[in-house]
Design a protein around this ligand. Structure first.
Ligand code: KIV
Ligand code: ZN
Length: 505
C-alpha cells in the first residue's frame, strides 16, 4: 500500500481567499483540529508577509507535535531566514520554497532570463537546506512552463537537496488529462526524480482542482496540497474532503493507495473553518454541504430507506455527519449538556462550558427544540469570541408600514453602558446607524446574508456580513433566534475584530 501525503494549506493558501484572514489564535485552533484529523503537513503561513503570520507559525510550531509544520518562502534570503526562524520551536519542520518558471511570469513578473531563474532556485534551495532538513520546492505556474526548462529547474532543486517537488497549477488552467501527462513526463524526464516525492497543488478556477489532483495521484504523485472546504486564492484550492473521500470511496480506482485521514473528523473541521472565516459552505458542496446526504425526491427517499447504497455512495457517519436529533430543552441540566457536547466531539474548558451553557439556556428559553446543529452553532459562536470590546446590552426598534424605522441601541464597553438612537431605511439599518454613532466609526456594508442554520420555525438565524472600515474588509457573524439581534451581533463582531487590530476606541 502507498500512502498519499495530505499537505493541508488552509492556513496559508486558504487564508489567501479574500476576506478569510485569521488571527494567530484562530489559526492554532484550526491547526489543533487538523492534527486530530490526521493531516501529514500543515502549511501554517507565509511569515515574511506579516508579523501576524510569523506569530501564527511560531504558535503552531510550539503546540502541534504530530504533523510537520511548514513555512513558505520565496527564493529570497530574507524570506528563507524568516521562514527558518518561524519554525524554530517545531518538532517536525519543513520549508516550502517557490519560484515561478513560466515564460509569462519570467517576462512580466521578474523580467529575468531562464538562466537567472535557474541560478536563483539553486542558491535558494542550497541556503534553505542549510537551515532545515526538509525542503519542498515549487516551480510556480508549472503547468504553463516550458517542459525542458521545468525539468531542468526540478533537477537542480533535487540536486541541492529538495526532498519534495510540488507541481502547482497556479492559475487553475489545466484539465485532468494534461495533469496526468505532465506528472508522467516529469517522472520520465527528470533524471533524479526518484530522490524526491512528487506533489500536486491545484487551483479551482475552472472547477477542476480536485479532479486534477486525483489525476496527478494516478500518474504517481504521492502528496496532495489541499484545503478544508476548498478555500483559497480566487476560486480556491483542491478540497481536502473531496480528495480524501475520493481516494477512500473509489478504492477500485486508487488501488493500494490510502491517506491517514480520520474521515470522521471531516465535518467538524469543515464547520470550524466556516465559523472562523465566516465563509458559508454552499448547500450542494460535495461531502460537507448541508444537502450532500439529503434525499428530496420521493423515489430516492423510498429506495434509500430500503437500501442506502441505492443513492448513497458514502456513509455520512464516515464523514462525521451527525444524525440531527432532538437532544435538549430548557429543562436540561449542565450534566446532560456537557455529555451531549462530548458526544459531538467538543472538548471545552470549564470557562467555555459555563459560557456555552449560559448561552444555551438563553436560546432554550426562546426555542423549544434544540437540535445538534443548534448546539454546534452555540458552542462555536461562544468559544470563538475572546472578550469583545463592544457588547450588546439591549436594543429596541420601532418599525411598520407607515413609520420611519427607528432604533435605540445600548452597548457595553468595559462595563459602561452607552446608548444612541437613529432612524434608518429599515430596522437593521437603523440599528447599524445607532451603533456607528456609539462606536464613532462608519462602516460601509459590502455584503449581508441571513440564513437559517437549524430547523424549525424558531430556527437560529445566522447573519454573515462584510463591513468596509477604512478600506479594509472585515467579516462579521451573529447568531440568534431574532434576526435583528443576529444582525447587530454580526455588525459588532466585525467592529470588534477591527478594534482589536486598530484603535478607534
Ligand atoms: O498556487 C501556487 O502556485 C502557490 C505556490 C506558492 C505553491 O500557492
Ligand atoms: Zn496556490
Amino acid at each position: 500500500m502507498d500512502k498519499i501525503i495530505i499537505f493541508d494549506t488552509t492556513l496559508r493558501d486558504g487564508e489567501q481567499a479574500p476576506g478569510a484572514s485569521m488571527t494567530p489564535q484562530q489559526k492554532l485552533e484550526i491547526a489543533l483540529r487538523l492534527e486530530k484529523l490526521g493531516v501529514d503537513v500543515i502549511e501554517a503561513g507565509f511569515p515574511v508577509a506579516s508579523p501576524g503570520d510569523f506569530k501564527a507559525i511560531d504558535l503552531i510550531s510550539r503546540n502541534i507535535k504530530k504533523c510537520i509544520i511548514c513555512s513558505l518562502a520565496r527564493c529570497i534570503r530574507q524570506d528563507i531566514e524568516t521562514a527558518a526562524n518561524s519554525l524554530r520551536k517545531a518538532k517536525l519542520s519543513r520549508m516550502h520554497i517557490f519560484l515561478a518558471t513560466s515564460k509569462i511570469h519570467l517576462k512580466y513578473k521578474f523580467k529575468k532570463a531562464e538562466d537567472e531563474i535557474l541560478e536563483l532556485a539553486k542558491q535558494a534551495v542550497r541556503l534553505s537546506r542549510k537551515l532545515c532538513a526538509d525542503i519542498e520546492f515549487s516551480p510556480e505556474d508549472a503547468t504553463r512552463s516550458s517542459r525542458p526548462f521545468l525539468f531542468k529547474v526540478i533537477e537542480t532543486a533535487i540536486k541541492e537537496g529538495a526532498k519534495t517537488i510540488n507541481i502547482p497549477d497556479t492559475v487553475g488552467y489545466s484539465y485532468p488529462q494534461e495533469i496526468f501527462s505532465l506528472i508522467t513526463d516529469i517522472k520520465n524526464n527528470v533524471t533524479n526524480i526518484n530522490k524526491a516525492i512528487v506533489s500536486i497543488h491545484c487551483h479551482n478556477d475552472l472547477g477542476m482542482a480536485s479532479a486534477n489532483s486525483l489525476s496527478a495521484v494516478l500518474a504517481g504523485a504521492r502528496q496532495v496540497h489541499c484545503t478544508i472546504n476548498g478555500i483559497g486564492e480566487r476560486a480556491g484550492n483542491a478540497s481536502l474532503e473531496e480528495v480524501v473521500m475520493s481516494i477512500k470511496t473509489r478504492n477500485d480506482v486508487f488501488k493500494n493507495l490510502y491517506t491517514q485521514i480520520n474521515t470522521k473528523e471531516l465535518f467538524r473541521v469543515s464547520r470550524l473553518v466556516c465559523s472562523v472565516t465566516d465563509f458559508v459552505v454552499p448547500p450542494n458542496k460535495a461531502i460537507v454541504g448541508r444537502n450532500a446526504f439529503r434525499h428530496e425526491a420521493g423515489i430516492h427517499q423510498d429506495a434509500v430507506l430500503k437500501k442506502k447504497i441505492t443513492y448513497e455512495i458514502m456513509d455520512p457517519a464516515d464523514i462525521g455527519i451527525p444524525e440531527s436529533q432532538l437532544v435538549l430543552g430548557k429543562h436540561s441540566g449542565r450534566h446532560a449538556f456537557r455529555e451531549r457536547l462530548k458526544s459531538l466531539g467538543f472538548c471545552l474548558s470549564q470557562v467555555q462550558l459555563d459560557k456555552a451553557f449560559e448561552r444555551f439556556k438563553e436560546v432554550a428559553d426562546k426555542k423549544k427544540d434544540i437540535f445538534d446543529d443548534d448546539l454546534r452553532m452555540i458552542v462555536e459562536d461562544e468559544i470563538r469570541v475572546i472578550s469583545p470590546l463592544w457588547q450588546l446590552d439591549s436594543f429596541k426598534i420601532q418599525s411598520g408600514t407607515k413609520i420611519k424605522p427607528e432604533a435605540v441601541v445600548i452597548l457595553n464597553k468595559k462595563g459602561k453602558a452607552l446608548a444612541k438612537t437613529s432612524f434608518g431605511d429599515g430596522p437593521v439599518d437603523a440599528c447599524f446607524k445607532a451603533i456607528d454613532k456609539i462606536v464613532g466609526c462608519h462602516g460601509k456594508l459590502e455584503d449581508y446574508r441571513l440564513e437559517s442554520v437549524t430547523s424549525g420555525k424558531d430556527a437560529l438565524g445566522q447573519v454573515s456580513l462584510k463591513l468596509n472600515i477604512k478600506n479594509k474588509i472585515i467579516n462579521g457573524r451573529g447568531l440568534s433566534t431574532d434576526i435583528i439581534e443576529a444582525s447587530i451581533k454580526a455588525y459588532l463582531d466585525a467592529i470588534n475584530k477591527m478594534s482589536s487590530a486598530h484603535s478607534f476606541h
